[in-house]
Design a protein around this ligand. Structure first.
Ligand code: SAM
Length: 271
């Protein structure tokens, strides 16, 4: 089945791999807490959808879970498998598939996880329905998704505000929702899950190597829009330079996206 309209705009190649590594550095601690709260255990079959370089899949495998990472991007999957091999993990495997038709056996998964995936999809509720089908009755879906509208700086940087809004608008025009994190509980309800737990956290930086992460990310999205013809390259570079000024200022606080977290359960079968 074709995923009509779905278009993943962030690029591939080394720099995108570097970005995925930084996402892992910023978010994996919270992700691990959330998965443990959801009950992830060594006897479980764990599947991560949109696994990228597979950091979370390998961590689940290191706990003893039978772990599978699924992604569309072969380049990411090759690195994910290589990293698993380097540390001798035999219970982590990586599979090329689309979340909408993953090929997973129905009712075979205990814990399904995704991060930074639903906001890139045109049909997040359909994707959650596919996860629902793969879960065992009583199995859990754990989801972490962004609200990009929460990116801001104090004092306010016009460049940050403008590029954030251009990227949000570009996403809307492609039929995806970069503020979708705040709606994951509603999408899950529509996909017939029982809601178990919802929360959010919001990283802020005055200093440090992660302060400029959103400059980097909005630049990457903006380059996709330049390739599409919906943004001029010159305007993008001006905005990125303005954002770099804000990043360099030790008195400017930079807020990343707010990350929303959800644990939802597939109801037990009715007897
Ligand atoms: C922003 S990255 C996040 C990667 C990882 N979850 C993380 O947090 O580091 C999104 C990933 O989803 C994958 N992806 C996008 N659309 C997909 C789809 N329809 N099915 C499976 N994977 C998809 C991309 O290839 C990419 O690796």
């Amino acid at each position: 089945m074709q995923t009509i309209g779905d278009k993943y705009l962030l690029g591939t190649g080394r720099s995108d791999h570097d970005r995925l590594r930084v996402i892992s550095e910023i978010h994996d601690g919270r992700t691990r807490e959330l998965l443990l709260r959801a009950g992830l255990a060594s006897e479980h079959r764990f599947v991560e959808f949109g696994c990228g370089l597979g950091y979370v899949t390998r961590w689940a495998a290191s706990l003893g879970a039978n772990a599978t990472g699924i992604d569309l991007n072969e380049d990411n999957l090759a690195v994910a498998a290589q990293l698993a091999q380097e540390v001798g993990l035999k219970n982590a495997r990586f599979v090329s598939a689309n979340i909408y038709e993953s090929g997973l056996e129905p009712e075979s998964v205990d814990v399904a996880y995704s991060r930074w995936l639903m906001v890139h999809l045109n049909k997040p509720v359909e994707a959650m329905r596919a996860i629902h089908a793969a879960l065992k009755p009583g199995g859990v879906m754990v989801c972490e998704e962004a609200d990009v509208s929460a990116v801001y700086t104090e004092p306010s940087s016009a460049a940050y505000t403008e590029l954030r809004d251009i990227c949000m608008e570009g996403a809307r025009n492609r039929g995806v929702d970069y503020s979708g994190g705040r709606r994951i509980h509603l999408w899950a309800k529509e996909a017939d899950f029982e809601l178990v737990h919802g929360d959010a956290y919001h990283p802020h930086y005055l200093t440090g190597k992660h302060k400029g992460f959103w400059n980097w990310t909005l630049h990457a999205v903006g380059l996709g829009m330049v390739r599409e013809g919906s943004l001029s390259g010159a305007r993008l570079e001006e905005l990125v330079a303005g954002m770099a000024e804000a990043d360099a200022s030790p008195t400017t606080l930079v807020a990343h996206c707010r990350m929303h977290q959800l644990i939802a359960r597939k109801p037990e079968s009715k007897a």
